[in-house]
Design a protein around this ligand. Structure first.
Ligand SMILES: Cc1ncc(COP(=O)(O)O)c(C=O)c1O
Length: 375
């Protein structure tokens, strides 16, 4: 957010933001659907609604979740939230007492860690390799109350948890009585390969909470996300949600539902993939050209980010100062590590918000900055 403020005047190539490309927002479709909803159903759409969400949307999301592998899930397993960020916060608020240990991938999603921090959690960081969280390292997380994982195109690392590891994580958290919080914000932004089953669908765990969002596939400004859990858990989290914001906007929930019902979701996702895939290719090819041999990264199969490790001894925050002078912005990876051990030699690059030419030019600048620092 600070970087966004610094660069707000424009003239920067930004790999820093976590934002989708606004040029791809379905503005005209949402305008027409909003008109339709207000014309047909205006009074209800502007009235207070149930804390758990607009029933037709809960039903629709339950259908999406069944397709993802959650057999037998119905509307009563679904809570509509104000973005999936709220789902993460509600889960943390319900489950965490001060000092409770959260096992999580390192690095991890910053805003979730900030939510856990606000309930005074402690952390059991679990390392990752190119196949995601390492199950063999889970023994160091014994005593944890909650396992937080982002199995698809993780923010910030871009890594995807391998299929057999999903089974292990699901079995481990269920058999050790851990709550599981699975954040699948990027599920549909897959550019290669087939979807893998959610961890939460792989072993029965009464405390499994899976979160998703329409932010990345419709628009983040609608603030419509969801969580999936056992009905009793949904009921209790609904009570907490009521304390927070009573319910998610009645109008936006209806507009998102109409967007899905009218068949816009799938073609919209296809458009996003078609736009983002070549930008990922542009980023990977520019990285190879300008940072090949002096940095490491794992090509992401989807999502919005690639995470780069520089030689030990380089400090990405210092490089950022030089890079800012040349109007190129990224986020030093340090911010994404919970706890005291924060490697300084990593950085996160968003590959969806700049066009392909700007990506190539920006990574050339980054390559120069890194080479100069090495020299
Ligand atoms: C991994 C992850 N989870 C959750 C969110 C929250 O998104 P929203 O509240 O818009 O659904 C984001 C947003 O960038 C994210 O990257």
């Amino acid at each position: 957010m600070e970087l966004i403020k610094t660069t707000a005047g424009g003239g920067y190539t930004s790999f820093a933001s976590g934002l989708p490309d606004p040029q791809l927002f379905p503005v005209d479709t949402l305008r027409a659907l909003t008109d339709e909803v207000l014309t047909r159903d205006g009074r209800a759409a502007l009235q207070y609604g149930p804390a758990e969400g607009y029933l037709p949307l809960r039903d629709y999301v339950a259908g999406l979740l069944r397709e993802r592998g959650f057999a037998g899930v119905t509307a009563e397993h679904v809570l509509i939230t104000t973005g999936s960020q709220q789902a993460l916060d509600l889960a943390a608020r319900a489950l965490l007492d001060p000092g409770d240990l959260v096992a999580l991938e390192t690095p991890s999603y910053l805003a979730a860690v900030q939510a856990f921090d606000s309930y005074e959690a402690a952390y059991a960081p679990v390392p990752m390799d190119s196949a995601g969280m390492c199950p063999q390292a889970l023994s160091s997380a014994r005593g944890a109350k909650l396992l937080y994982t982002l199995p698809n195109f993780q923010n910030p690392s871009g890594l995807t948890l391998a299929g057999e590891r999903r089974e292990k994580l699901a079995a481990w958290s269920a058999s050790n009585g851990l709550a599981l919080l699975e954040d699948d914000a990027y599920h549909d932004l897959r550019y290669d390969g087939e979807a893998l089953p959610p961890v939460a669908a792989l072993a029965p765990n009464p405390w499994a909470i899976y979160t998703g969002t329409f932010s990345k596939v419709v628009a983040p400004g609608v603030r419509v996300g969801y969580l999936c859990a056992q009905p009793e858990v949904v009921r209790r989290l609904g009570e907490l949600k009521q304390i927070t914001d009573l319910h998610t906007g009645s109008l936006t929930q209806r507009v998102v539902f109409e967007y899905c019902r009218a068949g816009h979701l799938e073609p919209g996702i296809a458009r996003l993939r078609a736009a983002y895939r070549p930008r990922r290719e542009a980023m990977l090819s520019a990285l190879e050209t300008h940072l090949g041999g002096i940095a490491e990264w794992t090509p992401p199969a989807g999502g919005m980010f690639v995470f780069v490790s520089l030689s030990e001894g380089l400090n990405a925050s210092r490089l950022l100062q030089r890079s800012l002078e040349r109007r190129v912005v990224f986020v030093p990876g340090e911010s994404f590590y919970p706890g005291p051990k924060r490697p300084k030699n990593t950085l996160r690059l968003n590959f969806v918000s700049a066009g392909e030419e700007a990506i190539a030019a920006g990574i050339r600048v980054l390559g120069d900055v890194v080479r100069e620092a090495l020299a």
